[in-house]
Ligand binder design. Structure first.
Ligand code: UP6
Length: 276
């Protein structure tokens, strides 16, 4: 996968959500996912409408929106159709199967009904995948496991990361990739595992061009470090695009989105050995 094009990988991927993501990446020449971590619905929708043309994916934390109601989701879905991007609710599920199935399908947010992709911590073991798949698989959704984190002192390393990859390998009908900092092809595989045509997508947060971190343990790397050197597939950028939040300076946000899109795409072309 490291040296194949997104289009080549789309053609072979058995997971519908992964295929859809790879196809939109190729169509828009964008491996940029913007993480829209703001607390007011108007600002949330305004940023998404502004960055929409430049992204393959919008990542949300809907539970931080203060004035949330389901009309926010209706607008979000309209913007997804208007600008041609997928939606990823970064819910980081972490409970027993029965509870995560309820959290995924119900509550105020009804995540499964609108989010093409969501994610989970592997800490409870394989039952978390079974629980989420019972809701998401019939809807054609896809799941990412958090195999690593971008934060200083993260405990998701070594044997934990390897176990996460083994869990995913055993559930490739629903799990199509990882939140991680590097490629995971063949990680933790034994001699009997068939990993030859394994293609897990790697979506990577902790990306910034102007800063190496924040005051709360976040660590940033550049698109080149993430995509060219570590072989990741999608760069996830939040504050690097819209700063501290507040009022949205449309032109500045647009310029940052195009800047990160360009950097991410150039890093990919370099990785697959094509000159930009
Ligand atoms: N995120 C990380 N690191 C991880 C997993 N997820 O930063 O290992 C998420 C955060 C945030 C976004 O929850 O929404 O990615 C990063 O935002 P930033 O670019 O503003 O730091």
């Amino acid at each position: 996968p490291r040296t194949q094009t997104y289009a080549q990988r789309a053609a072979k991927n058995p997971n519908a959500a992964a295929r859809a993501l790879l196809e939109v990446i190729e169509r828009k020449k964008s491996n940029l996912c913007v993480s829209v971590d703001v607390t007011k619905r108007d600002e949330f929708l305004n940023i998404i409408d502004t960055v929409g043309p430049y992204v393959c994916l919008i990542k949300t934390h809907v539970d931080i929106i203060e004035d949330f109601d389901l009309s926010v989701i209706e607008y979000l879905k309209e913007l997804s159709a208007k600008h041609d991007f997928l939606i990823f609710e970064d819910r980081k599920f972490a409970d027993i199967g029965n509870t995560v199935a309820l959290q995924y399908s119900g509550g105020v947010h009804k995540i499964a009904s609108w989010s093409h992709i969501t994610n989970a911590h592997p800490v409870p073991g394989p039952s978390i995948i079974t629980g989420l798949a019972s809701v998401g698989k019939p809807l054609g959704r896809g799941l990412l496991l958090l195999a690593e984190m971008s934060t200083k002192g993260s405990l998701a390393t070594g044997a934990y990361t390897e176990e996460a990859v083994r869990m995913a390998r055993a559930h490739r009908d629903f799990v199509f990739g990882f939140i991680a900092q590097r490629r995971m092809d063949g990680v933790g595989a034994t001699d009997t595992d068939d990993v030859a045509d394994e293609d897990f997508l790697i979506l990577t947060p902790g990306v910034g061009l102007d800063s190496r971190g924040d005051a709360m343990g976040q660590q940033y790397r550049t698109p080149k470090e993430v995509v060219t050197e570590s072989g990741c597939d999608v760069i996830i950028v939040g504050r690097g695009i819209y700063g501290k939040g507040g009022s949205v300076d449309v032109q500045a946000v647009q310029a940052q989105a195009e800047r990160y899109r360009k950097e991410g795409w150039a890093a990919y072309l370099e990785r697959i050995g094509q000159a930009p």
